[in-house]
Write a protein that binds this ligand. Sequence first.
Ligand code: 5GP
Ligand code: MN
Length: 327
Amino acid sequence: MLRSMNAVFSRLLQADRILVCGHIMPDGDCISSLLSLSIGLERIGKSVVPVVDWKIPTVFEGLPWVERIEGFSTSLPEFDLLVVLDSSSPDRIGRFEKLLSKISSVLIDHHATNTYFADTCWVDPSFSSTAHMVFRLLKLMEVPYDRDLALINYLGIATDTGFFRYSNVDSSVFETAAELVRLGADPCLVATRILENRRIEEFFLERDAIDNLKLLADGKFAYSFLDTKDFEKYALEEDDFAGFVGQLRSISSVEVALFASEYRKGEAHVSLRSKSYFDVSEVAVAFGGGGHPKASGFTLRYDGILKEALQDVVSFIDSRLANSIGS
Ligand code: 5GP
Ligand code: MN
């Protein structure tokens, strides 16, 4: 794996104009790795544009450099290199996918389901987050850190580990987080911004999601969903309601949790989580998505209503759970 990090490092050193790209439905790790790498590369003299083909969720507004992230446009300048972050398959980068056949590309990611779709790939599922991989790379590049860079780099490590709670937490996570705190990252500021920044409407939406909650497989499987009219009722978007699947997993009997949000009629994002033995990435891959063994997702497309379209996935999980060893 060190070989791939070095290959990525030398590829970055050779390029001058670099397009750094995060994934659609950006989460904390996406924003963090995108901005940390972009700023780091600028600090060693590169010309960089950070991009994401999606609206940036309001929770990240006001964090350092977030306003610099650009969306998709055909008027972007010429680049010598495309760097893709935190993305397990090419469809994750939205319309920027087209660039993969046009300019040379580098991929940095920590998903076990990665399809190695760039010219130079550094993929290592042993890392807690892509932000953690970027930290290693910036250290190798001897990029100077200030408070803002430390904070934005810390963000992805904190969010992708569920604030240091998930099974991807090991001593290297704490060592890296400690180093970023020494460099000026404020853990309380990050936690407050992300976890204690909810609008009251999110609670109303949560009430609707609880109304739709079903428990199957002797309580081991919990699922729920919201459709577009639920979001419209409170003028919220799918991105504004990211944590509910974690709440479903927190039910004591639950091993697998599923939460589906319809962000456009006939299209829903499905989030999957498991607690100990069930590999949800296998389910996500079977339905065209990907992720980690305990946190995965995919897009469900259908005619008709979400509640009915979900039944295929629900019975798929229900029967797998009945046959799994841990049950
Ligand atoms: P979330 O449920 O929070 O959206 O995503 C959980 C994990 O699954 C993340 O690591 C994310 O990258 C991955 N994931 C979510 N949706 C998709 C998808 O549509 N395709 C792929 N390949 N991965 C996804
Ligand atoms: Mn990640």
